[in-house]
Design a binder for this molecule. Structure first.
Ligand code: C2E
Ligand code: CA
Ligand code: CA
Length: 719
């Protein structure tokens, strides 16, 4: 049982003392006893008591003397005192009240009566204390000059609103009645449900503090973000009788981007929502959403540091703002201020390097494109930040309300889709979201979902394509090429899903699967075919795998668990994998190198193909892209290009694989210019393990007897 209060029983009669204290303890009170006045005063000064039962008649110091001394320090509410007196002592009782006793009981004690009096005085004392506490809180709150205050009498259901409370909402001191509805009817429709629930929860819960952030309608019909805090004053039984609190306007903190001071995402979405509602009311109202991303912002922030990057963002914000304000930004063709196409704009920062512009009341999409183009051009002039001259450029995605939107997030998503498309294309700098884009986005989304499931179900197979030695005609290696086993579509080519998997980070999982699967298979081939087995398995590794996963550690683990020798695994890496972070790439490469793993540059000729680069990458092999090989035997000088690449590679000590060999002519020319290895449909498409087993066993391109390698194939080649 919890203690209901701490009492001090003062009586010189031991029997009285013990009987009373035992019965009170039984009721749940903590009871201390004192046998005389000195004893009582000493106890009170040592520890606080909630109430004292004080015998009037005691030897030495009388109860009245003790009371007199106590009242010098403690008020009636601080320390209630109930006098215990004999029935006949009327004058003493009068005297006791004069000295500040709260009440009296007579001997012999009628216990239920005594108990009722004790409880009455205690609950009064506590009610007063609670009130004082809340009054202290109230006084504290008043000091917070910016806060509005409210004081809600829950018994009469009247609320007093302070002048500042009204001012926050744009009301005059004389405005607003005393009903709680003055508050609740002003709460934003989207927030009011939550506020009401929180409110009734708080009043019912009996403890804690009320705190709520919500929007309230200002007199000018805009919404302000407010933080409302309060606490209920309760009776001992827990019923709330009064509810007092403050109101703070947090609009600025809530809606402004801290760095640029522009509206932030929250406010922007709110404005977007309002603009969308307006389109529903006014059929001629068209607006556009521009989403701007800075190209190469990461490069700037990586090379010049975050402080400079922040300064750049501030400067960009300022320049965009200025450009939007100048009439020619909103008046295409410089047709003069009368023909402004956009009647209003709002520039916001969503976060990172992403800015958005809401262009209101435009005629059609072409206005939006023109303005987007001007903003983009404005950002092409260099910025001076912290003494550095910084060049940046922007890409813009545009969504127009006439496409038909209900929700702000849909329109933002479409503008973002257009932005990503524009930056992916590299050349298109402004892109308007259109229906085809949406169809692509939807099917891409579906692909993503299906791919996620496929990863969970490990619905992938690895196929292998032989790589043939031009010198011996043997299957020198195999390239592992992943296939997605799709429930409806059968085997899906990686060309279709690798880009999506890479963007979403899923390729790391797929890549891990391919790596361990092909290493396992390689060990099986060695067991099955001995020296006839291909000597290497080539596994493609994407940029993202290279950059994000701890590739070297992962590969070490796979080699350990499969038991494959590191010289048997060969990685294929495209040049672009190194473009992001050369240092990190170099680090991964030297770890791979020390493990004894070799790699080739894949799709050579399609990327940057810089010579100095090639040298730094230390690849053992170069794979000439199919686009070069396909020109051989078709264009007059087709083989010269491949010949030049070959000479270069050989000079750097690299071997060369020609990809996509499809015709006997290509084979003949490759042989003539001294290519090392070939791969292509002329020999075999990528095939499953059973078919690959047959190829390894048959070695169909190795010369038998005195025939030369590829003799059968070359017979068909003209010339
Ligand atoms: P890639 O690395 O350039 O692989 C060669 C692609 O060319 C394969 O396409 C192959 O089937 C195809 N090919 C081979 N010989 C010929 C030919 O003679 N003519 C023609 N027209 N095509 C030929 P696939 O299997 O569709 O793979 C496409 C790309 O997907 C690969 O290009 C590679 O970049 C990527 N990829 C495949 N598997 C993986 C993987 O496990 N991980 C990663 N990261 N990427 C993979
Ligand atoms: Ca490859
Ligand atoms: Ca390739």
């Amino acid at each position: 049982m919890s203690v209901r209060g701490s009492l001090l029983v003062v009586d010189d009669n031991e029997l009285n003392r013990d009987v009373l204290s035992r019965r009170l303890q039984h009721q749940g009170y903590a009871v201390t006893v004192a046998c005389g006045g000195d004893d009582a005063l000493a106890l009170v000064s040592a520890a606080p008591y909630d109430l004292i039962l004080l015998d009037v008649e005691m030897p030495g110091m009388s109860g009245l003397d003790v009371l007199n001394r106590l009242r010098a320090t403690y008020s009636q509410t601080q320390l209630p005192v109930i006098m215990v007196t004999a029935r006949a002592q009327g004058p003493d009782i009068v005297q006791a009240f004069k000295l500040g006793a709260n009440d009296y009981v007579t001997k012999p004690i009628d216990f239920p009566v005594a108990l009722a009096r004790i409880e009455t005085h205690l609950s009064h004392k506590w009610a007063v204390e609670d009130l004082r506490e809340s009054e202290e809180r109230y006084a504290l709150a008043i000091d917070g000059a910016n806060d509005g205050l409210w004081d809600w009498n829950l018994v009469t259901n009247e609320v007093h609103w302070s002048p500042r409370w009204k001012a926050i909402l744009g009301l005059e001191p004389s405005e607003a009645g005393d009903s709680p509805d003055e508050w609740l009817t002003r709460v934003h429709p989207a927030d009011v449900g939550r506020v009401k629930t929180d409110l009734s929860d708080h009043l019912a819960s009996g403890s804690g503090r009320f705190e709520s952030e919500h929007r309230m309608r200002h007199r000018n019909a805009s919404y302000r973000w407010v933080r409302c805090r309060g606490a209920a004053v309760r009776t001992r039984a827990g019923a709330a009788t009064r509810f007092v609190g403050s109101l703070t306007d947090i609009t600025d903190a809530k809606v402004a981007d801290a760095l640029t001071g522009l509206p932030n995402r929250l406010l922007f979405e709110d404005l977007l929502d309002r603009a969308l509602k307006r389109t529903a009311r006014r059929r001629d109202y068209v607006f556009a959403l521009l989403m701007l991303g800075l190209d190469r912002f990461r490069v700037v922030s990586d090379s010049l540091g975050p402080v400079t990057a922040d300064q750049l963002l501030i400067a960009v914000a300022r320049r965009l703002q200025t450009r939007l304000r100048s009439t020619d930004a909103v008046t295409p063709g410089g047709a003069g201020p009368q023909s402004e196409v956009a009647s209003g704009f709002t520039l916001a920062r969503l976060g990172g390097d992403e800015f958005t512009v809401l262009l209101e009341d435009i005629a059609d999409a072409s206005d939006a494109i023109r303005i987007a183009e001007r903003l983009r051009q404005a950002l092409e002039q260099p910025f001076i930040v912290e003494g550095n001259q910084v060049y940046t450029s922007a890409t813009v995605g545009i969504a127009v309300s006439s496409t038909g939107y209900d929700r702000p997030e849909d329109m933002l998503r479409d503008a973002a889709t257009a932005l990503h498309r524009a930056s992916a294309q590299g050349t298109a700098r402004c892109e308007l979201f259109d229906a085809a884009m949406r169809a692509r986005a939807v099917s891409r989304l579906q692909l993503e979902t299906e791919l996620r499931n496929a990863i969970a179900e490990r619905a992938f197979a690895v196929h292998y394509q032989p790589i043939i030695s031009l010198r011996t005609g043997a299957i020198a290696g195999v390239e592992a090429l992943v296939r997605w086993i799709h429930p409806q579509r059968g085997l899906v080519s990686p060309a279709e899903f690798i880009p999506v998997a890479e963007d979403t980070g899923m390729l790391v999982h797929i890549g891990r699967l391919v790596l361990s699967e092909s290493c396992r298979q390689m060990v099986l081939w060695q067991e099955q075919f001995g020296p006839e087995a291909p000597s290497v398995v080539c596994v493609n590794v994407s940029c993202r795998q290279f950059a994000e996963s701890d590739l070297a550690t992962e590969i070490a683990a796979i080699l350990r668990s499969t038991g494959l020798d590191s010289s048997r695994l060969h990685l294929e890496i495209t040049e672009s994998a190194f473009m992001g972070d050369m240092h990190a790439a170099q680090d991964t490469l030297s770890r791979l190198h020390s493990m004894g793993i070799d790699w080739s540059i894949d799709d050579f000729g399609t990327g940057y193909s810089s010579l100095s680069y090639l040298h730094r990458l230390q690849a053992g092999t170069l794979k000439v892209d199919r686009s070069f090989v396909s020109r051989m035997g078709r264009e007059e000088r087709g083989s010269e290009m491949v010949g030049a690449i070959m000479a270069l590679a050989h000079n750097l000590g690299m071997e060369v694989v020609a990809e996509g060999v499809e015709t006997p002519e290509q084979l003949a020319q490759l042989r003539r210019i001294g290519c090392d290895y070939m791969q292509g449909f002329l020999f075999s498409r990528p095939v499953d393990i059973a078919a690959m087993n047959r190829l390894i066993a048959a070695q169909p391109w190795r010369p038998s007897g005195d025939a030369t390698a590829f003799e059968d194939i070359l017979v068909t080649a003209p010339g």
